[in-house]
Structure formats: C-alpha cells, structure tokens
Design a protein around this ligand. Structure first.
Ligand code: HEM
Length: 74
C-alpha cells in the first residue's frame, strides 16, 4: 500500500516545525501546502538544512521522497 500523508508523513512534523514554517509561507500540517511545496521541502530535508535544529534520520527523508514518488496520497 502507498504511503499516506495522514499516517506516514504528517506525524513526522513536530508542533515546532509547523509553527516555525507558518512564518515562511506554508503550513506543514496541511496536505495542500505540503503538496504544493514538496520539492522545496524535500530539497531542504535532503541537504539537511531543515529542520533548523537538526536533520531527520535518512530513513525519514527517504520516506518523504517515496511519498512524493507515489503521488502524494492523502
Ligand atoms: C521538518 C521540518 C521543517 C521543514 C520541512 C522545513 C522546510 C523549510 C523550507 C522548504 C524552507 C525554505 C522556504 C522558502 O523560502 O521557500 C525553510 C525555511 C526556513 N525555515 Fe524551515 N523547515 C522545517 C523546520 C523548521 C524549524 C523547526 C525552524 C525554526 C526553528 C525553521 C525555520 C526556518 C527559517 C528561519 C527559514 C528561512 C531561512 C532559510 O531559508 O533558511 N524551519 N524551511
């Protein structure tokens, strides 16, 4: 089964990530915003410049990429 935003991706974003990034143009808790900014989000996750306080484990970064590749299922 494909990864889904609700089950697999949304839980990866902490409250602080969501609050911080609202000031920079998108809401990480919203599917529509994450879809629209997915390439940018993936770029910052994979160059490890976001989250600002320390990078995600590689397994989570791969999971985000897989979710994108599968068509960003709700
Ligand atoms: C998983 C968590 C996060 C993701 C995916 C993320 C993603 C991004 C992206 C894609 C941008 C570029 C926006 C643009 O200009 O197009 C950005 C910028 C920024 N983010 Fe985050 N962010 C995360 C967490 C955080 C946290 C926790 C903070 C604050 C403590 C933060 C602070 C900032 C700031 C200050 C910028 C603007 C400066 C810059 O581009 O480096 N972010 N973030």
């Amino acid at each position: 089964m494909a990864l889904s935003f609700a089950n697999d991706i949304r839980p990866l974003f902490r409250k602080g990530d969501i609050e911080c990034m609202k000031d920079y143009g998108f809401d990480l808790s919203k599917l529509s915003d994450v879809r629209m900014n997915a390439a940018n989000i993936y770029r910052r996750l994979s160059d490890k410049s976001m989250p600002e306080d320390g990078p995600w484990p590689d397994a989570n970064i791969s999971k985000f990429k897989q979710w994108m590749d599968e068509g960003m299922v709700e």
